[in-house]
Write a protein that binds this ligand. Structure first.
Ligand code: C5P
Length: 428
């Protein structure tokens, strides 16, 4: 019996995808609460992602939750015995609700049923999970609620009233997804996917040095058409810019990401504008720069474009002579924005990037002066293109700061913190 169970657990673990967020929640203690809902299956994967991200996970399930998924599964995935009853006598003081709520850095209820949300709204304590939510120290143990229900239950005025009430009482209500539901209907009320829950939790727990800022990021290459099937472009995966957009959002900013042709997923909560050519990127970026407070130019913009893009595919004519192409220079988006009155007056803080192949420091200092930006982040092109890690040299008026090789995700966070430290302070 024991061996069968062991094999089943191994299969379950293998089925659940690994994530790239290893270590993001190291040292965090997360209490994961499950209530009755079909979305409980997503909580199994969420639990696995949490442990992979380094969190210690304590699962608490309501009686209804146990109808949908077993505590055995959740114990295997969290590596800790699951609590299901307020009468659990395991704790020496026999006060599971007090101990559990004091041992958590955050409580996440996923799925949160309509009934459970109603219990929270009323401050009820019928079951261990509702009881420990009521008993939690409000400042030390934030409560995140991931609703999951049928679209009519979601839209019902009572549910919406209860959600407003629990938000007013200090809960952080996560958004719901839209789509096909287990009941066969289509609409709002689906619980977020496991990966989305993890992103929301990491963002929630991140420091917020950019609260109130509007960050504008350009990322990826541009594509300059020669004819309908050919063009010239730059080597850029967009990974650094996307990581910066995500880190800025986690730091509390409103983020707009102007993306050249890349195939990366949009970070949660980020407004993405897809563009093709440098002229498209220029137009979209200039428009957004009117309201942005920070501009970070990571895009590898093509310096030149063909003077005339042919309307039809250019054919070989048999003469052996290649076609001659004339080029015109593209606008320098960063330099233009850095010269704008808002940037000059300090309302818009500009950060440039430089991909060099040698002499990083000297080239970075020269580029910072040429572009007229307060901060320039330099990297070695061949050591960053397409990779998941990188190293940066930050150059500003004060000198040089080295950010040693790390994942682009970690570097993006460090860069965001460095930018936040350099922002002109608002008058008190
Ligand atoms: O001149 P160079 O291309 O090396 O400068 C790199 C920096 O300038 C990057 O921040 C890049 O996003 C920005 N840039 C731009 N518009 C261009 C060329 C570069 O915004 N046309």
């Amino acid at each position: 019996m024991h061996e069968r169970r062991h094999a089943a657990f191994a299969t379950l673990r293998a089925m659940i995808t690994t994530n790239d967020l290893a270590g993001e929640l190291t040292g965090r203690r997360i209490l994961l609460g499950l209530t009755g809902g079909v979305a409980a299956f997503k909580a199994a994967e969420f639990c696995r992602l949490l442990t992979q991200a380094g969190a210690t996970v304590q699962v608490v399930m309501t009686e209804a939750a146990c109808q949908f998924i077993t505590p055995v599964t959740m114990q295997a995935l969290s590596g800790r015995p699951v609590y299901t009853s307020q009468w659990d006598a395991r704790a020496d003081n026999n006060m599971a609700h007090i101990n559990l709520s004091r041992e958590a850095d955050a409580i996440v209820v996923a799925p949160a049923s309509a009934d459970f949300i109603a219990q929270l709204a009323q401050g009820r304590a019928d079951e261990l999970l509702a009881l420990l939510c009521l008993a939690r120290p409000l400042a030390a143990a934030p409560l995140l609620v991931a609703p999951a229900m049928n679209r009519e239950m979601w839209a019902h005025p009572a549910t919406q009233r209860n959600l407003r009430q629990i938000a007013a009482d200090g809960a952080h209500v996560l958004p719901v997804g839209h789509g096909e539901q287990a009941c066969g209907e289509t609409g709002n009320g689906r619980m977020l996917e496991a990966g989305e829950l993890l992103e929301e939790l990491i963002a929630f727990l991140s420091p917020k040095p950019l609260l109130g800022q509007h960050v504008l990021v350009t990322a990826g290459p541009t594509f300059e058409a020669i004819d309908p099937v050919r063009g010239i472009t730059n080597r850029s995966s967009g990974k650094m810019g996307f990581a910066i957009a995500r880190a800025a959002r986690e730091a509390g900013a409103d983020v707009t990401l102007i993306a050249g042709p890349v195939t990366l997923p949009t970070p949660r909560g980020v407004l993405r504008v897809d563009v093709g050519s440098a002229l498209d990127m220029h137009a979209s970026t200039m428009a957004e720069a009117q309201t942005a407070t920070i501009f970070i130019a990571t895009a590898a913009v093509a310096d030149w474009r063909p003077a005339h893009a042919a309307g039809q595919k250019i054919k070989k004519d048999g003469s052996g002579q290649p076609p001659s192409l004339a080029f015109v220079e593209n606008p320098d988006i960063l330099a233009e924005i850095a010269r704008s009155p808002r940037a000059r007056s300090g309302d818009l803080y500009c950060v440039g990037f430089a991909a060099e192949s040698e002499d990083l420091l000297a080239n970075a200092q020269a580029k910072r002066a040429r572009k007229g930006v307060p901060l320039l982040a330099a990297n070695l092109g061949p050591a960053t293109f397409g990779r998941n890690d990188n190293a940066l040299l930050l150059v500003d008026a004060q000198g040089v700061t080295e950010l040693p090789r790390a994942s682009k995700r970690a570097l993006a966070r460090q860069l965001v913190a460095e930018i936040a430290r350099r922002l002109p302070r608002a008058e008190a």
